[in-house]
Design a binder for this molecule. Structure first.
Ligand SMILES: *Cc1c(COP(=O)(O)O)cnc(C)c1O
Length: 382
């Protein structure tokens, strides 16, 4: 076994030590940490639904009715009516024949790869894919190939050279640390040309992208035949917890039969499925949340550009500010914190070396004044 103490000391010296911050209480977009009230710009609660009264009530009523635990895996006796209803509602919302709930997005990605890829297959992934997608490909039996970020030409070259019986392309639709979009229409085209399957992870688009929040397919006017495997999480814009995969009848049945991260785990609490159903209704009825979010994004970008900050080409609620060195990103994060604003620093290996950043995330729960406070704090920190 490696020398744990030495490895931890080395990590600290590199400014790569990770520490958790304990949130004692939440008050809207503010959190209380060590008795200090901080304006929060690091959550993935893009639509502000984690504390929506309808969602909270649905969880409480669900618990009163179904208890807390589901008591077993889905294939034993853990699959309850609220799970089933939620799956049908999710499938209808994103425009697929069926959907299947997973406990987490990480497990959903592992579950897709483990069920669909064998040693005769090859998997192709964007270099900046979320760690769970990369882990899914790496831990499968398939040949693993990475292409440069959004480089469809390189992907074409790799696919042309592939001798595998089955080729699967896996990509984030919105990249979680950069906030930019995958070129989905070009990827659909490329998959067609090479008879490959295309899977997208829409963790950051579901609920947010498209006028109705149906996600990446709505945004790019694509169909379920263009993107046969769709995955999204329920812990981000929906403000709940868990994930789902949407696809054909055969895909979903295959996952039920063969996906080990689906089969060998306890089903999520039925009350949570009730809360998620309530959240999905709010996504559909309160479209002002998406409109307001877009306004916040443009206010932030306009202000940050005036301050000369280094932004990335992102039109999404994920708005990174690049600092380069881990120590600089950390120092900026601490200066904001001293002003009552919380933006976490993201360092390697989560992002490539030399691209440490502050990852600002905006939420429909923020007001324009909140964004102005952030800009003011950034100006003071510069
Ligand atoms: C958050 C995230 C996941 C993991 O989802 P969890 O439900 O948090 O496990 C997967 N993919 C992407 C792109 C994500 O951002």
């Amino acid at each position: 076994m490696k020398d744990l103490a030495a490895a931890l000391t080395h990590r600290r010296a590199q400014h790569l030590y990770r520490a958790r911050t304990t949130v004692d209480a939440v008050d809207g977009v503010h959190v209380i940490v060590n008795g200090v009230r901080l304006l929060n710009f690091c959550s993935n609660d893009y639509l502000g639904l984690a504390r929506h009264p309808d969602v909270v009530t649905a969880l409480q009523q669900g618990a009163a009715r179904y208890g807390v635990g589901s008591t077993a895996a889905h294939l034993v006796c853990g699959h309850h009516a609220p799970h089933h209803a939620l799956e049908e509602e999710l499938a209808a919302f994103v425009g697929y024949p069926r959907a299947l709930l997973f406990s987490t997005g990480y497990m959903a990605n592992l579950g897709i790869a483990s069920a669909l890829l064998d040693r005769h297959a090859a998997v192709f992934e964007d270099r900046l894919n979320h760690a769970s997608l990369l882990d899914a490909g790496l831990s499968s039996d398939a040949q693993f190939k990475r292409y440069a970020h959004n480089d469809v030409a390189q992907l074409r070259t790799l696919l042309s050279a592939s001798t595998s019986a089955q080729n699967l392309i896996m990509t984030d639709s919105i990249f979680s640390m950069d906030g930019d979009l995958a070129p989905l229409p070009a990827l659909v085209e490329c998959a067609r040309e090479h008879n490959a399957q295309l899977m997208i992870d829409d963790a950051h688009g579901f609920g947010v992208s498209g006028a109705q929040g149906r996600g990446a397919l709505e945004q790019f006017a694509l169909s379920s035949t263009d993107v046969p495997i769709y995955m999204a999480t329920l812990g981000k814009a929906l403000g709940c917890f868990g994930a789902f995969v949407a696809g054909s009848e055969e895909l979903i049945e295959t996952l039920i039969q063969e996906s080990r991260p689906y089969i060998y785990t306890t089903a999520t609490p039925p009350a949570l499925a009730e809360a998620t159903r309530a959240s999905l209704r709010v996504v559909q009825t309160e479209s002002w949340r998406r409109e307001h979010l877009r306004e916040l994004i443009s206010t932030f970008r306009g202000g940050a550009q005036q301050l000369g900050l280094r932004l990335l080409d992102s039109a999404t609620p994920i708005q990174p500010i690049i600092f380069g060195e881990a120590a600089d990103a950390l120092a900026a994060s601490e200066k904001l914190r001293a002003q009552g604003v919380w933006v976490s620093a993201i360092r390697p290996p989560t992002v490539p070396a030399g691209s440490a950043r502050l990852r600002v995330t905006l939420s429909a729960a923020h007001s324009i004044e909140h964004v102005e406070r952030l800009l003011c704090a950034l100006e003071n920190a510069a």
